[in-house]
Design a protein around this ligand. Structure first.
Ligand code: 13P
Length: 289
């Protein structure tokens, strides 16, 4: 199937109270593994890449690969650019065929965040591409974006409503206590805040920092209105650990198929588990099945 804008995908998820996982992919092979697993579960899915991955693999090569892979599967699939601060990279990705982009201006003042987000919304919505923006500051490390724990800031619910009204952004990622990467302790998720934001804002919400959040907490976030759940670190770690284990047991091994097969299985197990947690298994629209 052709790629879809993630706006209708996430609106359907919000309405039916399931989540859609957005998996960060870092290599061409993992694009196929994520899609293959989502198709086996008849689940909608979003693939996303950071700016670092765009720089290392190329926007056009990523989009062409995702489009070619998506042709094999009868499920709704979106391709999203994660945490981008650069308008030109956003343009490049939209031209290449991304169906969703994140403009991350959360490090700027509220007014500047509105201005930069609106600039992208005005452009992207005209060509049917979804836009995501962040309010507050999600802590942790995502590629080049590093937010120290002490600088992380939760989103203010009234500001969320004002931001969506002023920018027209169709998906919002409010910081609510999760962080990118693996937690040192237990994540301090502010469920009351999610509820307050969801009551004031009509658009689907996005949960950043989905790795290593207890399953029950992810489910609670989804039930409260978080329609998109981002997972990067856990997928990357599963893939890499499988390769590391392979070489610690077989240091002389030289056939990439041997270790990539193990990486594939580890990645597929992780994708399957996350899709089941957010409740999107079997949610591919009948049109796609
Ligand atoms: P994790 O690395 O914690 O899964 O966060 C992913 C994310 O939010 C990408 O934007």
């Amino acid at each position: 199937m052709p790629l879809l804008s993630t706006t209708p995908m996430l609106e359907a998820a919000k309405k039916e109270k399931y989540g859609i996982v957005a998996f960060n992919v870092h290599s061409f092979d993992s694009i196929y593994w994520v899609l293959e697993t989502a198709a086996e579960l008849k689940s909608p899915v979003i693939l996303q890449t950071t700016v670092g991955t765009v720089q290392s693999l190329g926007a056009k090569a990523i989009a062409d690969t995702v489009k070619a892979a998506a042709d094999q599967y009868q499920i709704p699939i979106g391709l999203h650019l994660d945490h981008c601060t650069d308008f030109d990279v956003i343009l490049t990705c939209i031209r290449a065929g991304y169906t969703s982009v994140m403009i991350d201006a959360s490090m700027h003042s509220y007014e500047e965040n509105v201005r930069r987000t609106k600039e992208v919304v005005d452009l992207a919505l005209k060509v049917g591409v979804n836009v995501e923006a962040e309010l507050g500051k999600v802590g942790g490390v995502e590629d080049d974006i590093v937010v120290d724990e002490k600088d992380a800031e939760k989103a203010v619910p009234s500001e969320c409503r004002q931001f969506v009204e002023e920018t027209g952004v169709p998906t919002l990622a409010p910081a609510i206590g999760t962080a990118h990467g693996i937690y040192k302790g237990v994540p301090d998720i502010d469920f009351d805040r999610i509820e307050q934001i969801a009551a004031l804002v009509d658009v689907p919400l996005v949960l950043h920092g989905g790795s290593a959040v207890p399953d029950e907490d992810v489910k609670r976030c989804v039930a409260l209105g978080m329609a998109k759940v981002n997972v990067s670190t856990e997928l990357k770690n599963a893939y890499s650990e499988a390769i590391r284990d392979h070489f610690s047991n077989e240091p002389e091994s030289l056939d990439p198929r041997m270790y990539l097969q193990k990486a594939k299985q580890a990645a597929k197990d992780m994708v399957q588990s996350k899709i089941r947690i957010v409740g999107s298994e079997g949610k591919a629209h009948p049109l796609y099945q």
